[in-house]
Design a protein around this ligand. Structure first.
Ligand SMILES: Nc1ncnc2c1ncn2[C@@H]1O[C@H](COP(=O)(O)OP(=O)(O)OP(=O)(O)O)[C@@H](O)[C@H]1O
Length: 756
């Protein structure tokens, strides 16, 4: 079983952690026995940084493979312990069990040598790292000494019975080291290569291969590369390299100054960049202090973190709020070596331009007592007084700007006030012409992405959405909509159809948003209970809040329930799949009214590819029209109609109850008593939108019994096989339960064209 507990961070905890990781990697015979609670190999639960104080959950630890046995008032913990240890201790002879052993199990001299040789570089690194982390005053030794744990009473018979039912710890073979020789041309330090090896990235992505050397050579870089192509490490690796170089040059004891500041348009993205860089740095002998500064964290805590930060990642709004009031921190930030603007084009859209501009101005302002302040609004070319490099990255840049950056038009950076050109001007590059790297000049879409389009009636979208999801039960799907209300409706609609749908939109609390993301990332159980559909891959129904930058592993399918509002939105939404080395599918559901905007959008996204191939833009280049078997779709209709009715009635009732509460409260405050008749009249006004209101009222009047009946009918339908009406074979073969358990779905009709 697995359970959690909370206790103080201590040396014992890290001891247990190390012990546990060793237990996981070596073959050792184990035996179950009663173990003192402090001797169990507790594992710290990682709580995302953005949870602030995590409602008191920081310091939470968990453990697996332990049985809790209650004997009267005494609770005991039974776990697998190394057999030799148990034997050495004499089993139940009353001696104390001293915790999980950290020393390697004895093996033959040949084995040991081979193992040691292979593991040597890592071991050295780990030693160095551990020695760095050790407190100087020798407290560590004291901490590592195992405290004698109170000996729990044990009943050998009871314990041995329990042992028979518990598996021993799993044997895990050490992972093969990754060959990083393809990174050699980038001339990175051995420490960095080893950290990259830890991430198991055997070669750089194209943007990394081109941008890293330029940045290391001191160039200002504007990088454009498709979604999921590794842009974070394209700027992250050179920043960390620069920090490492400072350490070896002995500059670490000089005045504390951060190395880099990274501006991100969204809070989630800032935390993701921070996590990504931390993961890279996990493999280093010594690591920079990385901190993220976004809304949702206490300002005081952020100030403390900023004082010791080497790499700062933040959203402009909160960053400006914090640093503008702290001259000391502002001054130290003025000395950064790198300024990064990630997703630069989005930064402008979200009304964060003002704060971004304020930060940029402040960076170049001289500290009081130094030189006079320059007029930053002057039209003259600013002369950079700073020595930092500026790096700007995105998958999408405005076309005209791209041409200018690529040297095909005049590059004067004098556009309208709120344009990317203006922002670039404010960035005050060190060089007159920064290096523009475009790794995907022809297409902005990821290489392994297949794009599809399904034409359907405006009122048939729910039906087609369900059909596509049913056809792809093992694909982790992200469904994008243009409206929060659609997310609120589609999620229960799919859940009623036994599909594991999860919501994500900006009206949700930050913590709920994070929980949704965590649920979406979790794997469905491998062996679901018979009759359960729980191995259906999770489905996230979201607004564009999830469209930019989020790197969610194993998203195989993106469905645009509404056609996106802009070509760039389409690129970024679709870019949540087919990331890095993976492939994926993006499908748009297109109603008749959306036909023309869709054609325009596709032409825009694929314009360069069309021009390069000499084909007309109207050819829907790269986007395949998909024909779903319409007979199949019509057979799904009854269940979809029922689920829609149930969902809409439930939402209308909930909404109605809220409106009633509001009306009652308002009447109470005015001292008016409304009887039931009057109450009904208040809600039945006639005016704009009254048709919708009327429908909602009708839905509210549906009795509980009727909804119950619908639910029962739906359950019945879902338990039956889908009759495709194609042939007897199909009639017998279609098993929705089977489908939901992950059986491939050829019998429901193939999706033509995509080879799904
Ligand atoms: N060299 C590499 N080899 C394999 N995978 C890599 C490599 N570099 C980065 N990745 C992985 O690729 C994924 C996408 O990287 P990242 O999030 O940096 O993409 P991005 O280009 O910033 O995407 P977006 O434009 O959507 O923000 C991440 O999971 C990352 O760990």
């Amino acid at each position: 079983m697995a359970f959690d507990k909370k206790r103080k961070h201590s040396g014992e905890q890290s001891q247990a952690k190390r012990s546990q990781s060793k237990a996981g990697t070596k073959r050792q015979k184990t035996e179950k026995r009663v173990v003192a609670v402090d001797d169990l190999p507790w594992k710290t639960v990682e709580i995302p940084e953005m949870f602030d104080d995590a409602e008191g959950f920081y310091g939470l630890e968990e453990i697996e493979g332990v049985d809790v046995v209650r004997e009267g008032d005494v609770v005991k913990f039974v776990a697998a312990v190394p057999k030799n240890k148990a034997e050495k201790d004499g089993g139940d002879d009353g001696e104390e069990f001293e915790g999980f052993d950290d020393t390697p199990e004895e093996s033959s001299p040949v084995d040991t040598k081979a193992k040691d040789q292979k593991k040597e570089p890592k071991a050295k690194k780990k030693d160095a790292k551990e020695s760095k982390k050790q407190p100087k005053d020798g407290k560590k030794d004291a901490m590592d000494q195992k405290k004698p744990a109170p000996q729990p009473e044990e009943d050998p018979e009871l314990v041995s019975n329990l042992f028979t039912s518990i598996d021993t710890l799993p044997d895990v073979e050490p992972e093969e080291e990754v060959d990083v020789s393809e990174w050699a041309p980038l001339e990175l330090s051995p420490d960095m290569l080893s950290a990259i090896g830890n991430l198991r990235f055997s070669k750089p992505t194209p943007i990394q291969a081109r941008a890293i050397p330029e940045i290391i050579n001191g160039r200002d870089v504007i990088g454009k590369a498709s979604t999921g192509s590794g842009k974070t490490l394209a700027f992250g690796i050179p920043i960390v390299e620069s920090w490492l170089a400072k350490q070896t040059e002995g500059k670490k004891d000089e005045k504390r100054q951060p190395t880099a500041m990274i501006l991100s348009p969204t809070r989630e993205l800032a935390h993701q960049i921070s996590d990504h860089l931390k993961k890279l740095c996990d493999g280093l002998v010594s690591s920079p202090y990385i901190c993220s500064v976004t809304g949702g964290l206490a300002i005081q805590k952020q100030l403390r973190q900023l004082e010791k930060a080497d790499i700062i990642i933040g959203t402009p709004g909160r960053l400006w709020e914090v640093i503008s009031t702290e001259p000391k921190i502002m001054n130290s930030i003025r000395g950064i070596d790198f300024l990064v603007v990630d997703e630069a084009d989005r930064l402008l859209k979200d009304g964060q331009f003002k704060e971004a501009e304020d930060i940029l101005k402040a960076l170049d302002r001289t500290a009081p007592g130094e030189e006079a302040e320059e007029d930053s609004d002057s039209d003259e070319e600013p002369t950079p007084k700073h020595n930092r490099q500026t790096l700007v990255f995105s998958a999408t840049f405005n076309k005209a700007l791209q041409q200018k950056l690529a040297g095909k038009a005049r590059f004067n950076l004098m556009g309208e006030a709120e344009s990317l050109e203006h922002l670039l001007k404010k960035l005050n590059f060190r060089e007159a012409k920064p290096k523009f790297i475009d790794t995907n000049p022809v297409s902005q879409m990821a290489d392994r992405l297949k794009e599809g389009l399904i034409h359907c009636g405006d009122l048939e979208k729910d039906l087609y959405l369900y059909a596509v999801l049913l056809l792809q039960p093992t694909r982790r799907a992200l469904v994008f909509t243009n409206a929060i209300n659609t997310v609120r409706r589609l999620t229960p609609f799919l859940q009623n159809l036994n599909l594991p749908a999860i919501s994500l939109h900006s009206d949700m609390e930050q913590k709920a948003r994070l929980r949704s993301l965590e649920k979406f990332k979790a794997d469905p159980p491998k062996n679901p209970a018979p009759g359960s559909s729980s191995n259906q891959a999770p489905i996230l129904v979201a607004t564009d809040v999830a469209a930019r930058g989020l790197d969610i592993p194993n998203v195989d399918l993106v469905i645009h329930y509404h056609v996106p509002r802009s070509a760039d939105d389409y690129v970024h939404r679709s870019g949540r799949t087919a990331r890095a080395t993976q492939s994926g599918v993006s499908i748009m559901l297109c109603g008749p009214k959306e036909d023309i905007p869709t054609q325009r959008l596709i032409a825009k996204v694929h314009a360069s590819a069309a021009a390069a191939s000499g084909k007309s833009k109207k050819d829907l280049l790269g986007v395949q029209t998909i024909d779903i078997d319409r007979r199949l779709v019509s057979h799904l209709k009854p269940r979809v109609t029922l689920s829609k009715k149930i969902t809409e009635t439930t939402i209308a009732k909930e909404k109605g109850a809220k409106e009633d509460d509001w009306l009652k409260n308002a009447a109470e405050e005015l001292g008016i008593v409304l009887d039931d008749d009057e109450f009904g009249k208040v809600g039945s006004w006639k005016g704009k939108g009254s048709g919708k209101k009327q429908k909602e009222r009708e839905a509210r009047e549906v009795g509980k019994q009727e909804v119950k009946q619908w639910r029962w009918e739906l359950k019945e339908l879902l338990s039956r096989r889908v009759n495709t009406g194609v042939s007897e074979k199909y009639l017998n073969g279609v098993d929705v339960e089977g489908l939901l358990r992950g059986v491939r779905s050829e019998f429901l009709g193939q999706v033509e064209g995509l080879g799904l």
